[in-house]
Design a protein around this ligand. Structure first.
Ligand code: MOS
Length: 765
């Protein structure tokens, strides 16, 4: 069941008369058929057998991961591996092509098998288990795998690698956001405000390590070649959310110009942030290709993904809230602590949402980070908000209980009229509407304030609520939009298809912009041959690509007008005077104009293209999406079971461009929240220097039995303050409220607070 709101459309643009426009329509995802029939070629399948790609003489590489977490390599004996049938080369630091690693702190993804000290095997420093120390290149995958198992690596192990967040020695101040907000953001004296408040809570929380488990493991096919001038080229098939970023990193590493590097990725088999930066396997594959003088394919194993392609950092928090008797907040303190690896920098800015959710005269938000002997953490669905909103929204629930108030009422009482940190107006907020509309639909009204009041058989029943929010990010993006003489349209952008339906949705956007039906629009993505797309992260793709399309559509008007025949009503018109409508370009006032085909014919062109771009720039608005998450759980205390019985998400994310695919994004986030709240945790064995549950059998993600019918609704809220197409991101907000809503519901069922997630059976019993 979902709330079928009407399509928003582009407010300032007319819609097609015959089908009321494409925007909002629940169009089926274009690549759906290819995916379910197995014909969609994912990176590892782009080896010539499954795709038009061709890599004659393709070899296969398998990486050898370190089996210690701290120390150095003292020797690599490759002789047994080299003698095995089919093995061509064993790549070690001794024969590895040297990379140009950027100066300063190593960039994301530059952890590699480069020795850290003076060149040579002896100096190869190991800073985490699973760090690649060698790779075997062979004729077949099987031969490479067998060879990799036969490589003997000896180590000098240093004692006491730091693996647990609680064991971190020392810490560093970290910026409070990717935008570089200062490590401490302070207004008034929040500590004193909390201390002197009539009501207060002062609480510690922990979120544990999570690993992304997209169905498609990370994979690279790398081939060096020569261009017409004899200069070196590098062609890569890479599973990535960041085509241009990967191209830039590879060009830098191998001393090439970006134009000499091509990165292609038609489909991404799930990513959740793990494919947002380039990881060492891509460098390794390219090094192997260079060493072997042949194209090389390298696919990481599921197990290697736990040591090689990022994870969600564990986090610690202190949240202290002070309030008057009536629940009005007087002070908010949120201290966040996250981790990074030894050599690289990464921070989840976990106090981000605390900046904007509630008003309070005194606030202190701070962010610190420590370093672990684990692989580099990275973005994982709503990197700041998923671990960061759980403590805040649980603390709000505890404060409501202390005040004897309904937790929704407490939130309504602390609604800020503008962004509390910057003083800017919100581009669109609707948080109150989400809470109220969600509560109505969920049936919140008769909820007892006290816990342990409802029981069904052996199940204690409880409900919980929490806010959801996510920033409306955008990234610099360029597109090219082409009108063809046959009346069809083609748009291209080096953006990504992560299973979200980018091509489908952007074809809808282009259709309404140009006044044609969506079926006439081709949208191609997935290659650096196309204009620059941003990273498909931060829920930013739809907004960024669509806004660039809008710019391109305006430029197309100008291009068409330039060619308008003198006897046409369009002759001499300015782009601002005309509108695309029903396959024509017409004067907005009179409706007179010419068909696109006629205009192209007059221009004597088979097609006409325009480039468009979008860059977010400074805004006078604070741009975020908001929502409310409601959960009902059943808890069996004897078995420690928590079952989600119902969940409702109500969101305000601007224009929803495709109701079907939009709903799927919200659902995906909510399901992933069930994972992080109840199931997902990675356990580390320090002796073995590896994550022990590094597989899908033991790293639990929600399956159908864990997921009841979920209910999604949204507030129809085109937000043109947030972006030129009125849309804000929807890919991540769905997860942001779930952890707290779950924990609050479990408390409501049992009377027991859970300040660590996931809430595992042993904690419930
Ligand atoms: Mo998202 S974690 O920014 O891919």
């Amino acid at each position: 069941m979902f709330f079928d709101t009407p399509a928003s459309g582009f407010a300032p643009l007319p819609r097609l008369a015959d089908d009321a426009g494409a925007i909002g329509r629940p169009k089926v995802r274009r690549s759906g058929r290819e995916k379910v029939t197995g014909t969609a070629a994912y990176t590892a399948e782009r080896d010539g057998r499954h795709s038009p790609d061709s890599f004659p003489g393709l070899l296969h590489a398998v990486a050898v991961p370190a089996t210690i977490a701290k120390g150095r390599v003292t020797g690599i004996d490759a002789s047994a591996a080299e003698a095995m049938p089919g093995v061509r080369h064993v790549l070690t630091p001794a024969n590895s092509p040297k990379l140009k690693v950027p100066e300063g702190p190593p960039g994301l993804g530059f952890q590699s098998i480069e020795p850290a000290g003076p060149a040579g095997v002896e100096s190869q420093e190991i800073v985490h288990g699973g760090q690649y120390v060698a790779a075997v290149i062979a004729d077949t995958f099987e031969a490479a795998r067998d060879g990799a198992l036969a490589v003997k690596v000896t180590y000098e192990e240093e004692p006491n690698p730091v693996i647990a967040i609680e064991a971190v020695n020392g810490s560093e101040e970290r910026p409070n956001s990717l935008m570089g907000d200062p490590p401490v953001m302070e207004e008034g004296d929040a500590e004193t405000a909390v201390k002197e408040a009539a009501l207060s809570v002062d609480l510690q929380f922990k979120t544990d390590t999570n690993h992304h488990n997209p169905i498609e493991p990370h994979a690279t096919i790398a081939a060096f070649g020569k261009d017409a001038n004899g200069s070196e080229t590098l062609s890569v098939r890479e599973t990535t959310q960041n085509l241009y970023g990967t191209r830039g990193s590879l060009a830098e590493a191998f001393g090439l110009k970006p134009e000499q590097v091509e990165v292609v990725c038609d489909f991404v088999g799930g990513a959740f942030g793990s494919k947002g930066v380039m990881w060492p396997q891509a460098l390794l594959a390219c090094k192997c290709a260079k060493l072997a003088g042949a194209p090389v394919k390298l696919v990481v194993t599921r197990r290697q993904m736990y040591g090689g392609t990022g994870h969600r950092s564990p986090t610690l928090h202190r949240v202290a809230l002070g309030a008057k008797e009536d629940g009005t907040l007087t002070g908010i303190v949120h201290e966040g602590f996250t981790t990074s690896s030894i050599r690289d920098d990464y921070t989840d800015a976990v106090v981000l949402a605390t900046k904007i959710l509630y008003a309070a005269p005194a606030r202190r938000l701070s962010q610190r980070m420590g370093r672990l002997n684990t692989q580099l953490p990275t973005f994982m669905r709503a990197p700041a908000e998923t671990p960061g909103m759980y403590p805040l929204e649980c603390a709000m629930d505890e404060l409501a209980a202390a005040a004897g108030m309904d937790p929704i009422e407490l939130r309504l009482r602390n609604e800020p009229p503008k962004d509390p940190m910057t003083g800017k107006p919100f581009s669109g907020r609707h948080f109150v509407q989400c809470l109220k509309a969600g509560a109505d639909r969920f049936g919140w009204a008769d909820r007892p304030l006290q816990p342990r009041k409802r029981k069904k058989g052996r199940w204690l029943i409880g409900t919980g609520v929490a806010a959801a929010t996510y920033p409306a990010f955008g990234f610099p993006t360029e597109v090219e939009l082409t009108l063809r003489a046959n009346g069809t349209v083609r748009a291209v952008c080096a953006t990504h298809e992560l299973g979200t339906g980018t091509a489908t949705v952007q074809a809808q956007v282009a259709a309404d912009l140009l006044g044609v039906s969506a079926g006439r629009v081709d949208f191609d993505l997935g290659s650096t041959a196309y204009p620059k797309g941003g990273v498909s992260g931060g829920s930013a793709t739809t907004l960024s690509v669509g806004s660039a399309l809008r710019d391109a559509a305006e430029k197309l008007k100008a291009a068409l007008l330039k060619h308008a025949p003198q006897d046409s009503p369009l002759s001499g018109a300015k782009p601002g005077d005309v509108t695309f409508d029903s396959g024509k370009l017409v004067l907005t006032e009179s409706g007179k104009g010419a068909s696109l085909e006629d205009l192209l014919e007059a221009a004597a062109k088979a097609e006409l293209s325009a480039k468009g771009s979008y860059a977010p720039g400074k805004s006078e608005f604070s741009k975020h999406s908001f929502g409310a998450t409601f959960v009902e759980v059943g808890v069996d205390e004897e078995f420690g079971l928590v079952r989600v019985r119902r969940m409702l998400g109500c969101y305000a994310c601007g224009t929803i461009l495709n109701r079907k695919l939009g709903r799927s994004q919200f659902l995906g986030g909510m399901v992933m929240g069930i994972g992080s709240g109840l199931l997902e945790v990675t356990h580390h064995d320090t002796r073995l220097a590896r994550w022990t549950n590094d597989n899908l059998a033991e790293y639990h993600v929600p399956v159908n039995a864990d997921v009841p019918d979920l209910d999604v609704m949204w507030i129809d809220d085109p937000d043109f303050n947030a972006s030129p197409i009125g849309a804000k991101g929807i890919g991540e907000i769905g997860i942001t409220g779930v952890n707290a809503a779950l924990a609050n519901a479990v408390w409501h069922a049992t009377g027991k607070r859970h300040r660590t997630i996931p809430i595992t059976p042993e904690a419930v019993m």
